[in-house]
Write a protein that binds this ligand. Structure first.
Ligand code: ADP
Ligand code: MG
Length: 426
């Protein structure tokens, strides 16, 4: 199927062409016809599957054909809520891209910045509002936003809103919406609470499931490095210096961890920036833009900060820490290999993370290739081997510090172990 076959109006077809898209993605080709008919939608799909266009195109067409924007007194006709500011910005950008030949007005609002410019724009009148839940609710309560004319409502990445503790706010926002409207609900996973919310707001929805584990993820090379926690930074530096890595998004489990990685890379002469919840919105946006524009090669992020962020032609995703939730692995690596570009996902796995790796491997159908030829192999496993052959108890001291160059280091450790045992025997 081609975009040509989707009964789209000329200005939208033209905008899609300008973007260089010819074939709709599976979720687009299935969602767009039903959405154009006015049906509700439940979309179960990961990032990178093309959800944004799947809802933005029918909304733009719907407003243009049926509700003819009243240019002198615009009212919010479509509301899209998304969990993070970055994601909201990206969605608004897509509305502007696909709607560039139309006359509709889109506004994006989010927290962490002054509300004055946002309220000013709101009072000028807009057709499409993209927002994060907290700021939206604030502005509704201050009566800067009225949702009573909303005809299209989109909830994007609902499961992430649940993770981020936003569900109460979302429910309050929903209570302000008119009963008659078309609702589009997207979530990568369907935890019970999300399913309940979906059931309560959707009316006979068409249900679309897209499994990325076989679509998006299939074109991504997945590599695995076993490495001790204490050596992860060294390995990262080694890879960034020696491998052909054009741009890398590095995932850290914690904000502090992300800062530490950036600092250590800096010491090794590698410029990197971090994005996470402790940084101001301006700092996050700046770091993200620098990365997108290739001014910085390395971006270190926590999962929440990086959610849904779309970076074109990102060559590498590096899991410095493995995620606790296996689905997060799929989200993370989906950042590379967007749409049709390939990409590489590199994962570091320490001894303690092996159980996490096991559940990840159960989830992804594609094989993750272990790279064992690297300067920082697991020392803990080496010790086990030594212990087996020596039939002695090792000193834990030997486990703690590791230096590069595998074979020599293993010998060093072996010597150390033996030496300690001797001393003990004396
Ligand atoms: P999701 O919301 O599912 O994460 P996006 O809507 O952000 O996905 O799209 C992912 C990427 O794929 C974006 O870079 C987008 O421009 C691109 N894309 C979307 N639809 C198509 C298409 N039909 N053909 C080619 N690329 C597309
Ligand atoms: Mg998206």
């Amino acid at each position: 199927m081609l975009f040509e076959d989707l009964n789209l109006i000329e200005p939208i077809k033209k905008a899609i062409k300008t973007k260089g898209f010819v074939k709709p993605t599976p979720i687009q080709s299935r969602a767009i016809p039903s959405l154009l008919k006015g049906m509700d939608l439940l979309g179960c799909a990961q990032t990178g599957t093309g959800k944004t266009a799947a809802f933005a195109i029918p909304i733009l067409q719907g407003i243009t054909l049926q509700h003819k924007a009243n240019a002198s007194r615009r009212q919010i006709q479509a509301l899209i809520i998304a969990p993070t500011r970055e994601l909201a910005i990206q969605i608004a950008d897509s509305f502007e891209d696909y709607g560039k030949n139309l006359t509709l007005k889109t506004l994006v609002i989010y927290g962490g910045v002054s509300q004055n410019p946002q309220t000013k724009d709101l009072t000028k009148g807009i057709d499409i509002l993209v927002a994060t839940p907290g700021r939206l609710l604030d502005l509704i309560n201050q009566r800067y936003v009225s949702l009573k004319n909303v005809k299209y409502f989109v909830l994007d990445e609902a499961d992430h809103m649940l993770d981020m503790g936003m569900l109460q706010d979302v429910k309050k926002i929903i209570a302000h919406l008119p009963k008659e409207k078309q609702t589009m609900f997207f979530s990568a996973t369907m935890p019970a609470e999300i399913e309940k919310l979906a059931n309560s707001i959707l009316k006979n929805p068409i249900k679309i499931m897209v499994t990325p584990a076989s679509s998006t993820v299939e074109i991504i090379e997945q590599e695995l490095y076993y490495v001790d926690n204490g050596n992860k930074v060294n390995l990262l530096i080694d890879l960034l210096k020696n491998k052909d890595i054009i741009s890398a998004l590095v995932f850290s489990r914690t904000k502090h961890g992300a800062n530490r990685i950036v600092k250590n890379l800096g010491k090794a002469g590698l410029v990197a920036e971090a994005i996470h919840g402790n940084k101001s919105q301006t700092a996050r946006q700046l770091a993200l833009n620098n990365f997108k524009e290739r001014k910085t090669r390395i971006l270190v992020a926590t999962d929440i900060a990086a959610r849904g962020i779309d970076i074109e032609e990102l060559s590498h995703v590096i899991n410095f820490d493995l995620p606790e939730v296996p689905e997060t692995y799929v989200h993370r690596i989906g950042r590379t290999g967007r749409a049709s570009h390939g990409g590489t996902a590199i994962s570091f796995c320490s001894q303690a993370e092996k159980p996490l790796l096991k559940s990840i491997q159960k989830l992804t159908t594609k094989f993750i290739v272990e790279i064992d030829d690297h300067p920082y192999p697991l020392i803990e496993t080496s010790i086990e081997v030594i212990v087996k052959s020596d039939r002695r108890k090792p000193s834990m001291k030997a486990v703690t510090q590791g230096k590069p160059r595998n074979s020599r280091r293993n010998n060093d450790i072996k010597k150390k172990v033996v030496k300690t045992e001797k001393m003990r025997n004396n």
